[in-house]
Design a protein around this ligand. Structure first.
Ligand code: HAM
Length: 418
């Protein structure tokens, strides 16, 4: 146990973390350009928030939450997603009283107790955005455009964007009835899970992965067929904006999301090359959620993208950049006096903004050079007795292989611009 991490979690080691930083930096940059500002909420919340927010009949709430009693006997849950927390923060901090819309983004770990497999973990990471207080269909398009722009900048230009409209509560009553009528004659053929969904939330039957349910659902009525005139117009305008932006999408009438709060536009982004867990991101509108959490009626929309799945896709496609994150310069010192000189040169190099390191193992010259090679530094600065006597250092270009002797006083200037 002491040397084994819990199932479904991962260590992100030096050498790997640079790729995470690359993706996260891209998210930050894109959000800045779109006018979204970062929000950080706690990793855990009162359980009730997710039960209410995500929905009682969802897989997340029914079987995937990390819930525990804290020492004060409160029921606490590690966040399974970010939207409910951001809504809570919006209400608690009365952000609705400030300028609207509020456009926020977050990057961080989420927790779901699910069966781990490739692309599915118990602790995973999301980059998400949420917009509160904007009803216009252009915002739906902006949110989807932001997601696609982010993928595009990482070199993932051909991911599939699936969109659908789930309508408003009025449309939902109609579709619910139609679905119940449709599935009634075949109720016995549905999987046990869907049989219980039939009464509670028949829309979720469309999302079932079992072969028989999928077959039966092929001809089922869809939400798009049941939209009220207002929702229909909204969805048409969203699609028009997507066309205007030149962002391709698939109209996927079977798309329903796994969380209960969605209304109107819902979308998912698929990566065909990472196996069963192909959804690299998803989101949509949730115009009733803020009110359901006790706030004023406020429209909301957002998405969350799974960073592990993005990384897997980038890996599969060989799109991860080569990032040299270690020191640029290694000081190779031989002899006590040289070590002392090197140690103070090291501090001056770092103060000048040069990423530098030196040996702390008492290695021989040859072993230090070998180690410098392993670190992948661009330059080695060699200081031995002879160099000390001459007040110079040997500057070795590790890539090109050549070396030259330069006055010790010039070394910082020579390395500063590398
Ligand atoms: P979600 O579809 O549950 O939506 O999750 C979004 C993304 O997180 C998924 O598409 C997937 O890439 C990633 N993800 C989910 N579960 C796992 C897991 N166990 N392991 C690895 N990656 C996973 C939400 O969470 C909503 N809060 C999105 C949203 C924001 N809707 C509106 N605003």
């Amino acid at each position: 146990m002491l040397t084994t991490r819990p199932r479904g979690t991962a260590d992100i080691l030096p050498g790997q973390v640079e790729h995470w930083q690359y993706i996260e930096d891209m998210a930050v940059r894109v959000c800045r350009e779109y006018g979204y500002r970062e929000i950080r909420t706690p990793i855990f919340e009162h359980t009730e928030l997710f039960v209410r927010g995500v929905g009682e009949s969802t897989d997340i709430v029914e079987k995937e939450m990390y819930t525990f009693q804290d020492r004060g006997e409160r029921s606490i849950t590690l966040r399974p997603e970010g939207t409910a927390s951001v809504v809570r923060a919006y209400l608690e901090n009365k952000l609705y009283a400030g300028p609207q819309p509020v456009k926020a983004y977050y990057i961080g770990p989420m927790f779901r107790y699910d069966r781990p497999q490739a692309g599915r973990y118990r602790q995973f990471h999301q980059f998400g955005v949420e917009v509160f207080g904007a009803q216009q269909p252009a915002v739906d398009a902006e949110v989807m455009a932001l997601a696609m722009d982010f993928y595009g900048r990482l070199g993932l230009n051909d991911l599939e964007l699936h969109i659908n409209s789930l309508g408003c509560p009025t449309c939902r009553i109609v579709v619910r009835e139609k679905l119940q009528q449709f599935f009634k004659p075949v109720l016995g053929e549905l999987c046990p899970n869907c049989q219980s969904r039939y009464a509670r939330n028949p829309l979720r039957i469309l999302d079932c992965k079992s072969t028989r349910c999928t077959e039966l659902a092929l001809e089922a009525p869809t939400t798009v067929d049941c939209l009220c005139p207002e929702c229909r117009t909204h969805f048409e305008q969203v699609q028009q904006y997507m066309l205007d932006l030149g962002i391709p999408y698939v109209l996927d009438k079977q798309l329903v999301r796994g969380l209960d709060y969605y209304t109107h536009t819902a979308f998912e982004i698929m990566s065909p090359d990472i196996g069963a867990q192909s959804s690299v991101g998803g989101g949509g509108r949730y115009n009733g959620l803020i009110e359901a959490c006790g706030g004023p009626p406020t429209p909301g929309i957002g998405f969350a993208l799974g960073l592990e799945r993005i990384l897997l896709t980038l890996q599969k496609r060989g799109k991860l950049p080569n990032i040299q994150a270690g020191p640029v310069v290694f000081l190779v010192a031989v002899g006590d006096r040289a070590v002392r000189e090197s140690f103070s040169l090291l501090a001056r190099l770092r103060a000048a903004g040069v990423a530098a390191d030196m040996d702390y193992q008492g290695r021989s010259l040859k072993a230090q050079m070998k180690y410098a090679g392993k670190l992948g530094v661009r330059y080695a600065v060699i200081i031995g007795e002879d160099e000390l006597k001459r007040g110079s250092v040997m500057l070795r270009d590790m890539d090109a292989g050549g070396q030259r002797e330069i006055p010790a006083g010039e070394v910082i200037g020579a390395l500063k611009d590398n």
